[in-house]
Design a protein around this ligand. Sequence first.
Ligand code: SAH
Length: 466
Amino acid sequence: MSTNTRYQKNQKLIVDIESLGVNGEGIAKIEGYPFFIKDALPGEKAEITVTKPGKNYAFAHLDKIITPSKDRVEPLCPSAKICGGCQLQHLDYKAQLEFKAEKVRQNLIRIGGFDEKDLASVEEPIMGMEDPWHYRNKEQYPVGVDKEGKVIAGFYAQRSHRIIPNLKCRLGHKKNSVILQTVLAHMEEYNVPSYDETTGRGLIRHIMTRCGKKTGEWVVMLVINAETEKAIPGLSELSEKLMSIDGVVSFCVSPNTSRGNVINGESFITVAGKNHITDRIGEVEYQISPLSFYQVNPDQTERLYAKALEYADLTGSEVVWDLYCGIGTISLFLAKAAGRVRGVEIIPQAIENAKENARINGLFNTEFFVGKAEEVLPAYVRTHNEKADVIVVDPPRKGCDSVLLDTMIKMVPERIVYVSCDSATLARDLKILHEGGYELARYCACDMFPETAHVECVVLLTKAHK
Ligand code: SAH
């Protein structure tokens, strides 16, 4: 960033906050030049200190709120300001929902090229939560030591790898603190070293917990800097302690000896209990292995999938593709109402889960393929002369590969249902699909991640009949 001549580092200013940026930070402008200020809200007058002046914009620290916003609330979590997990705890929940609906709208207009008026006629109200706390079914806590050398677990501070100790995250389940305390106490008792990123030494890297909210089943997985679980001192005692916690049905270890930022290893070892937990969404039962993707907010997932099913508008005869299918969550949800469902997913263990899940639910009109969606689908189309009626995609944040979008357009399905966790890449992909002959027929945002700046969306595209 080259330095702007108008503003200096450490310069103090008084500004009016005008809007919220995509990451939930307040934005103030002086003569069109924007300042990004974490924790500031629109409508507020505030004292700020410039921390990083740049050519086109600056970052600044919020020193003092002179006039607070009517939407400002006291964060529930004492670590809210320093923890990187939540960005919007200081904003009233209703206003959070408005912010998210507007963020999606703006991305569809600016990146997707859609007309504001057209959007208004296809937008459905954002689906919010009644109780926007303790909604997560999964946590991944980094483990380290504090200045006194005591083992700690918690969350990373924003944009850093400094661990903020926190065993009571307000987004997670209350049982997490019991599990964490058990692991940390064991580490103290047996002198089990935590992993040190800077040296690459030590053992325990992360503690992962996941529960099936409907079944009450829990898995605890330790990510370790060793090839085998035998490296953990007092393993059988730890295993006994964890398995005696109410609900814990699985204790696993994932070896990860790499130096990078990737949290989990590529495989896992089951130390005690089952190699998966079970959960239900609607009528469908799912087995979930610890490395497979599973939506983190099960209450909202049920509403999201119900909306995807509504958009898919199935009568029982359709051929449906579910791309980026994970453990087959959406595939099986749709399979009850479709003729045939084919899922594609890159992670082999997730596809194993998907096949098993199809079997336990008796949904035999499904087929699952391991591989990249952008490779599997074109290859299938080349060798099979078959039409798809509905294509569902649910890609990770980076959105769909362009080869995949082209293939989808060439397959001319009646409907495309796009589930997205990043409305910017969604808008980019919708533009391509729109140019390829699809109309944006309806869309709905869903608040899967209250208190954070993230938002999920589901979109229905229909083939334009000219
Ligand atoms: N539809 C599922 C999973 C969505 S998350 C659900 O709702 O639970 C996105 C999934 O895409 C992850 O499981 C990830 O492993 C998978 N994935 C990422 N890149 C992929 C690619 N190129 N092709 C197929 N799957 C991919």
